[in-house]
Design a protein. Structure first.
Length: 484
C-alpha cells in the first residue's frame, strides 16, 4: 500500500473510532446515557407548599361521653374532657371520627371539645332524622332520595346547628356498606351536598378479606370480586374520597406474628381508583389489639403500615383505635389502644406520635405530588408472597432511575408534581416483626447530581457520587426522595 493510501485508510479508521466513541457516550456503555430529563439545579432546589389541606391524621374511638361503654363498663364516667381531647390532639390527630355519640347532646359535646383543641369532626349521627339511618333503609336511588326529601327540613334543622361549630367537617354517612347500599348512599350524598357543599360526605369501605355476604349482601351469589366492589362504589356513588380499613398485624395459634399477605393488593386497588378519579384516599390502620390482631409494640409496627400505605398514595391515616374500647377484654380480645380505658397513655401513643411527627415534617412536600405508579424490588431468593398479588401490575421502570440495589425487599411508589417531575416513597418491606434494616442504593440518570431526602422528620440535600444515592432504612421506615 502506497503512502497516500495508508494516509486515507488512517483517516477512515480514526473517523470510525471517533464515531464509535460518540456512539458509546450516547448510551451504549459510555459516560452519558440517555436520560428521562428529570434533573434540576440542586443549587436552586424546588420549593413545595400546600395551603388548602393537611395530611389527615384521624382518630376512631374518642374520649367517651358518660355512660357510653358496653357491658360491665356501661356506666363509665365522662372522659370527654378538654384535657383528654388535648392529649389526643397532642399525638398529632387533626380529625376525629366518633363512634359512640348516641344523642345530640353527645354530638354537641364532641364538637365543642374538638373546637377547643383545633380538631375537625366527621359526625356520626344515629338519629332517625339523620344521614345514616335514612341511608340504612336501602332501596333504589329514587326511593332513597324521596326519603331524604321527606325528612329534609328535620335533618337540616339539626345539621344547621352542627354547622355552627368550626370543628364540624362533615358526616360519616355509612361504615362498611355492602354493594346493595350504594344507590341509597349516592342519594344521600346528592342530598347532603345540595345543602352542605362545603362539607364532607364520608363513607368507609370493607377490606378485601371481608366475606361475599359482607361485600355484596343479597348479590353475594353473582360472582363479583372485591375489585368489583371497589369499582362499583366509585362508579355508582361518585364519591369525594375513598376510604377503607385493613388490619394486617396478626398472630397465629402458636403466638407467632405475621402479616396479612393481601395488604399491598388492597392498597393497589384503591390507588388505581383514586388516581383515575383524582380523589384522595384514606386508610384505617391498626393501633389496638383485638381478636388475633396484635397491639403495637415497636415503632416498626406502625411505621411499616403508614409508609407502605403512603407508597400507594394514601393522604390520610385513620387509627383503629385511639381510646381502648370500653368493653370487656374477654368479649373481642380488645386491648392496648393508644390510651387505656381511663385515658392513661399506653406504649402505642408514643409510637404513633413519633410516626405522625415524621409525616407532618414533610406533609406539604408529599401533598404537592400525586401518586403515579409503583415498583417492587426483591432481595431474597424466596419470593415475597405479598408482592405476588401485584407483581404483574408494577411499572417496568421508574422515571430517571437506572438501577436499585437493596439487601431487603422494597416497595417504591412513584409520584409526580404539577410539572411532571418525580418523587419516590422508598419503603423497607421486610416484616416489621423481624426488625431488619435495609441498605439501598438508587442509581439515577447521568444528569441527576443530587437529591432531596426526607427521612425521620428531617430534610437533607444529598450530593450524589456517580449519580448514586444510598439510603439506610430502619425496619418499617420510608424515605421520600426527590432527584435533582
Amino acid at each position: 500500500m502506497n503512502k497516500e493510501k495508508r494516509k486515507h485508510w488512517g483517516k477512515r479508521i480514526m473517523a470510525a473510532l471517533l464515531a464509535l466513541g460518540l456512539f458509546a457516550a450516547a448510551g451504549c456503555g459510555g459516560g452519558t446515557a440517555e436520560t428521562d430529563g428529570i434533573a434540576r439545579d440542586p443549587d436552586n432546589p424546588p420549593e413545595y407548599s400546600t395551603t388548602d389541606r393537611n395530611f389527615r391524621l384521624a382518630a376512631w374511638s374518642l374520649p367517651p361521653n358518660a355512660g357510653t361503654g358496653y357491658g360491665d363498663l356501661a356506666n363509665n364516667p365522662d372522659y370527654a374532657t378538654v384535657e383528654n381531647w388535648q392529649t389526643m390532639a397532642d399525638a398529632g390527630f387533626n380529625y376525629a371520627l366518633p363512634t359512640s355519640d348516641y344523642t345530640d347532646e353527645h354530638i354537641f359535646n364532641t364538637l365543642e371539645k374538638a373546637e377547643a383543641t383545633g380538631v375537625k369532626v366527621l359526625v356520626r349521627d344515629y338519629n332517625n332524622f339523620g344521614i345514616q339511618q335514612t341511608v340504612a333503609q336501602g332501596g333504589s336511588y329514587a326511593e332513597a332520595r324521596a326519603r331524604f326529601e321527606e325528612k329534609s327540613d328535620q335533618i337540616r334543622a339539626r345539621y344547621d346547628k352542627f354547622a355552627e361549630y368550626e370543628s364540624f367537617a362533615g358526616i360519616i354517612a355509612y361504615d362498611e356498606p355492602n354493594s346493595t347500599m350504594f344507590e341509597a348512599i349516592a342519594a344521600g350524598q346528592d342530598w347532603f351536598l345540595k345543602y352542605y357543599p362545603e362539607y364532607e360526605y364520608y363513607v368507609n369501605l370493607l377490606p378485601n378479606y371481608a366475606t361475599p355476604q359482607q361485600l355484596f349482601g343479597t348479590d353475594s351469589n353473582k360472582g363479583y370480586t372485591y375489585a368489583d366492589h371497589v369499582k362499583m362504589f366509585v362508579d355508582e356513588v361518585n364519591p369525594q374520597l375513598i376510604s377503607y380499613d385493613h388490619y394486617a398485624l396478626m398472630r397465629d395459634a402458636f403466638d407467632v406474628k405475621y402479616l396479612l399477605e393481601d395488604f399491598l393488593y388492597n392498597l393497589y386497588l384503591f390507588a388505581v381508583q383514586a388516581k383515575e378519579k383524582d380523589i384522595p384516599f384514606y386508610i384505617f390502620l391498626q393501633t389496638m389489639g383485638f381478636y388475633d390482631n396484635v397491639p403495637l409494640e415497636t415503632y416498626a409496627d406502625f411505621a411499616w403500615q403508614a409508609y407502605t400505605s403512603m407508597a400507594f398514595g394514601v393522604t390520610g391515616i385513620q387509627c383503629f383505635c385511639y381510646w381502648t374500647l370500653l368493653e370487656e377484654e374477654e368479649l373481642n380480645n380488645v386491648r392496648d389502644g393508644m390510651v387505656d380505658r381511663d385515658g392513661t397513655k399506653l406504649p402505642a401513643y408514643d409510637i404513633v406520635k413519633s410516626v405522625f411527627d415524621e409525616i407532618k415534617s414533610f406533609e406539604e412536600v408529599f401533598l404537592s405530588f400525586k401518586w403515579d405508579t409503583f415498583k417492587l424490588y426483591e432481595a431474597s431468593l424466596v419470593s415475597n408472597s405479598m408482592f405476588g398479588f401485584i407483581r404483574n401490575n408494577q411499572a417496568e421502570k421508574l422515571l430517571g432511575v437506572q438501577d436499585v440495589e437493596t439487601d431487603q425487599d422494597l416497595v417504591v411508589g412513584q409520584f409526580l408534581d404539577k410539572d411532571g417531575f418525580p418523587g419516590f416513597m422508598v419503603v423497607n418491606q421486610s416484616s416489621p416483626f423481624d426488625l431488619e434494616e435495609a441498605s439501598v442504593t438508587m442509581t439515577f440518570d447521568s444528569d441527576v447530581t443530587a437529591a432531596l431526602v426526607y427521612a425521620k422528620g428531617k430534610e437533607k440535600l444529598v450530593r450524589l457520587d456517580d449519580h448514586k444515592l444510598t439510603l439506610d432504612l430502619g425496619s418499617g421506615e420510608g424515605n421520600f426522595v426527590i432527584p435533582l
